[in-house]
Structures are given as structure tokens and as C-alpha cells.
Design a protein around this ligand. Sequence first.
Ligand code: SF4
Length: 387
Amino acid sequence: MLPSPRIKGWCPGAWRPMATGDGLLVRVRPPMGELSRQQMLALCDAADTFGSGLIELTSRANFQLRGVSDDSWPLLMAFLVEHQLVSANPEAERQPQLMLAPHWQAGDDSPTIASLLQARGSELAAMPGKVGIAIDAGKAPVLSDSAADFRIERSIEGGLMVRCDGYALGTAVSDVEAVVEQLIRLTHWFVESGGWDTGRMRRHTAPLPDWAPADTAPAASGAKLALGSHPAGQVVGLPFGRATVATLRELVASTSVTAVQVTPWRRLLVKQKLVQGDVAPAVDGLIRHNSDPRLSIDACPGAPYCEQASVATQPLAERLSGLKNSSVHISGCAKGCARRSHADVCLVGEGGRFNLIVNGAADSTPVRTDLTESEALDLVRKLSESS
Ligand code: SF4
């Protein structure tokens, strides 16, 4: 028998969808952070047939479908399993989320470690649902600002290391097998030292064990994927992390597209075999230029999509997207799903009005409260002009 779909209050999945303001939210974790072209088209079909026709890309590099009804959810799950977008085993979704640094290629350490970790997934300790692992073993870490509790990175000397979130330094390990062994031990240490109470590694104050000294520096961080052409194809942005199935179908319509890799930056790496001189066609509804002003604004789905929200966020984000020199975060509530770091200006919904936070996160102390939408817009524009 299928489990009940109405579950709330933690990270949703596909087998454990979350009830939201516009129906069930079903989150799909692309295996190894990549979908083939056929899987991408199947995901579009799923969103079209069983959901609202919108697909979102989350800050943890997952896709999510919205607007799924209780009745259509079992049919959607059968479809997702058939197209290998979701494991047939609901228990697989209880394992920690693996986030791979994008632009990995077969034979790199990142996919090798991910495969080894998946094979030994049952040996990881059972941990709180939000705990995640960043596999970021390219030449330079690129996921340092993305949410993860344990990070596999390249050390400053070029070797592999494992770093616990919240620590500047980590532990050097000899090879990919040793990485996996160290991670498994760390998950058990985390749980045995109170991880279910603290919930996340960043809040976990228990001293690290002797066998996991924080004494090795990671390599300097690398840049996230720039928009536009890329040696593997092209990189496109989803405005505020969202696109319609029509847009995404057009993006992968050409059979020269082989796969799509997800990123935690609202960007997709479309792997495409282009003949020399060919340029990937521009698709309406996507961001293609690094100067696009929408890139400096983060906005969560807001009302009516999220039950926690008392204000609409994305129309306001569109209206503010011409602002220069300011990072802006618009959040439907103080949870701040769209951005965990500070923004120059943050508007947070409360009781149908907005609170204004300057240089802070959604849960920081506001400098102004109880603002109407037009008052909030005026204030943000003035702040931007004076910066
Ligand atoms: S920040 Fe609040 S309103 Fe926005 S998506 Fe998260 S829970 Fe919903």
C-alpha cells in the first residue's frame, strides 16, 4: 500500500510529498545530479500531466513539481519510477541527499565517490531528513556556499578531504574508498553525539572525534558555472528557479542534447554535442546572460504556492529586477527557503504585509515592519539608489 501523501514539516521528497498552497509538492532528486534528455522530457510530461506545468529547481539542486492532487500522486509515482526518475524503493529516499558539483565527467572522483557511497548507503547512520552531503571533489570547491552537512573537497595540497559544515578545515583522506569510510564513520559519530537533537552539522557543537581532526585546508573556492556557452554545451538560468514545461521541452528539443546537469544556483548545464560553429538556440523564458538583473534577486514561491506565505513574492521580484548594485531576497516568511546567506535587502512577509531587513537573512531583525507592497517597493528602490 502507498504511504499517505499528506506529510508536512520537513524536507519533502517524491515518496513523501508535502502539502502546499497549490497541492502536493513532489521533489525529484536527479540521480548523480544529471538527467538524460529522455528523462528530462519525461519529467516535463509528468509536470504537464499530473502537476501544474511548472518545474522548479531548488537551492539543493533538485527538481520539484507542484500542483499534484492526492488522486494523481500514485499515478505520478508510477510514471516517475517507470522513467527511473525516482527509485521504486521509498527507503532509498531516506538516505542523505548527495549534491554533486556540476560539470563532473565519467571517471572524475566526484561521480566515483557518489557511486561508492550509494552502494554503501545502508551503512550510513539514519540521520535527520535535512542532512546532506556535498561531493565537491573537482579541482576547486564550488559548493561551499550551498547547504550540506558533510563536504568532500580537494585540499590545498590537491588530495581528497572530508570537511564537516561549520568548520573551516577538514580531514585529509588517502583515496575515494577512504572518503566513503570516513563519511560513514562521521554519520555515526554525528548521531551518537546528539545529531538528532541538533538536526544539522552547523549547529552541532560536540567536539570532533580524534580520528577526524580539522587540520587540513580546502583548496580556494572556484567560480560557479557562468551562463552562456560552455565546453560541454550551454548553461542557462531559470528565473527565480522556475520554468514552464514548454520552455524546458524547447530547451532539450534538439537531439544534439545528451543530458542536463542540475546546479544549486538556479542554473542548468545542458550537455549538447554542437557541430563547430553552431550556437545553441535561445529559448524564451530562460536567463542566458550573466548581466541579467534577475540574477541578483532570490525569491521563494510565496503565496499562493506555499501555505506558510501570506504574500506573493515572485511578482514583486519581477518588479524589482531592474535594481542595480543590490542583492535582494524576497521571502514569503521568515524561514527564508530561497536564500540562506545575507542579502543587501530582504523583504519578508508577515500577516499579509512586509518586514524590511537590511544586510541580513529572512530571520534577522527587521528595520521596518508592517509595510504595504508599494511602501516596501519604494523603500527598497531608495536603498538601492543610495548604495
Ligand atoms: S520561505 Fe516560507 S513562504 Fe517561502 S517557500 Fe519557504 S516556507 Fe514557504
